[in-house]
Design a protein around this ligand. Structure first.
Ligand code: HAM
Length: 420
């Protein structure tokens, strides 16, 4: 062990486990790549102000959880706590919205940072795959995103997740609801901090997990009873479209997300096998965010799925991913001549697309065969001086144990045929 350890709240992805993370990222992005979403990558840090304005001055993310720094040049930067504000910033900066092809559909994958209290499923460095559809107000787009997330989870073999759906209204109907909720909250027996929250961000109080608070919230006014006609019709159409697609969801009138930019459709994917950090993904519509960060009106919708928690959910369900073998063929040379020959053969195998590895370090046969076993290879190619004198190599099937001599010139074709 070295003197250093991974920082608190972080962990390293190392083989063989890391293969599961790659597979999850691939599985989440596959339906997006298949649905017109283009890949975008933005810097790992942005101006603090972008998140303060975008995610919201009063959110936990901005007030407590951002890793901020001042550069030598005096810029105030934050490690990105989420992807939506950055992606929208980048799209606006590149004028993607002016190319005459709205919505601009983008997907991304990367590291995010939040200074949260670490616990299982909650880390200070975590990984998301996300999608944003920018510049269109169309319930079919909200439905598309929910359907694609459902498809991604199902393609991984995940079954025990639930989709919670709500509408947070818009600038027409939310202010009146906000006021009604505030009136209600002021009459409750709440601690000072919660009362303060009720003044700044009353919807967040609905999300309070404490039982004594939840008990008092039973009669709270619900946004669904205050939605304007346009929001109601919009929400109804989203519900109809995802129902028609066979996607099962639950209406959750108390679903409030931890970011302030949401309007209308909001949703969360929860997995019941994860304990308190049960949200494996979430998202919604953010029609006002572009204007909040200085852009034109660009109604948009998106989601981000947590890769770490999706991996934990797969573990909780006991799902074994069908991971491709990292090595199909392992080459074991005995002697210098064999070393040169097999090294060339391994290079050739890789060129034709067969995953191959080589026994490095001049090991003896016994220890080399141990490495071959450990590599998980289906076949081992062994060659010694006597084999080469006869113009053959030994091909060993690691499953059956059967060994056959194959001509040096035929080994690549033989392996291609056997590996299909
Ligand atoms: P979020 O709900 O804050 O949304 O994060 C999305 C997902 O990231 C969560 O459901 C969770 O799986 C994962 N996640 C968040 N924080 C942590 C953490 N500390 N440790 C492990 N996993 C975590 C957003 O980030 C929005 N940008 C989603 C969005 C995109 N909305 C519209 N477009």
């Amino acid at each position: 062990m070295s003197t250093f350890k991974a920082p608190k709240g972080t962990y390293d992805l190392i083989p063989p486990n890391s293969a599961r993370f790659l597979a999850v990222r691939d599985a989440i992005s596959a339906p997006l790549r298949n649905s017109g979403y283009g890949y975008i990558e933005t810097p790992g840090f942005e101006s603090v102000e972008l998140f303060a304005r975008g995610v919201g001055e009063s959110t936990d993310i901005v007030t407590k959880e951002m890793y901020t720094l001042t550069t030598k040049g005096g810029s105030e930067l934050a490690l990105r706590p989420e992807g939506t504000a950055s992606v929208l910033r980048a799209a606006l900066e590149a004028n993607l919205h002016k190319a005459g092809n709205l919505p601009v559909k983008l997907w991304y994958s990367g590291s995010y940072y939040r200074y949260e209290r670490p616990q299982k499923g909650r880390y200070r460095h975590f990984s998301q795959v996300g999608a944003e559809a920018i510049g269109a107000e169309d319930p079919a787009l909200d439905a598309e995103l929910i359907i694609l997330a459902d498809q991604a989870y199902r393609s991984l073999g995940l079954r025990n997740f639930r989709i919670l759906l709500n509408s947070l209204g818009d600038k027409e109907c939310r202010p009146a609801y906000r006021a009604a909720l505030q009136d209600f909250l002021r009459g409750l027996d709440l601690d000072e901090e919660t009362l303060r929250r009720a003044e700044i961000n009353p919807l967040r109080v609905l999300d309070d997990k404490r039982a004594d608070v939840q008990k008092q919230l039973v009669g709270a006014p619900l946004l669904e009873d205050h939605l304007c006609e346009a929001c109601k019709a919009y929400h109804e159409e989203v519900r109809e479209l995802i129902t028609a697609a066979g996607v099962v969801f639950e209406d959750d009138p108390k679903l409030v997300r931890g970011l302030d930019y949401y309007t209308r459709t909001t949703f969360e994917f929860v997995h019941d096998g994860l304990g308190s950090q049960s949200a494996v993904g979430g998202g919604g519509r953010y029609d006002g965010l572009s204007e909040m960060i200085g852009g034109p009106a660009l109604p948009s919708v998106g989601w981000a799925l947590g890769v770490d928690r999706t991996v934990l959910a797969l573990e909780a369900e006991g799902v074994e991913l069908d991971l491709p073998a990292t090595t199909s063929v392992f080459a074991v040379p005995m002697g210098e001549e064999a070393r040169r020959l097999l090294f060339a053969k391994v290079t050739e195998l890789r060129k034709v697309g067969i995953a191959a590895d080589f026994c490095y370090g001049g090991k003896g046969l016994k220890s080399a065969m141990k490495s071959a076993h450990r590599s998980g290879a289906r076949f081992t190619v062994v060659a010694g001086e006597r084999d080469l004198a006869e113009g053959v190599v030994q091909l060993k099937d690691m499953e059956s144990g059967e060994q056959t001599a194959v001509g040096v010139g035929e080994i690549i074709a033989e392996l291609e045929a056997r590996l299909g």
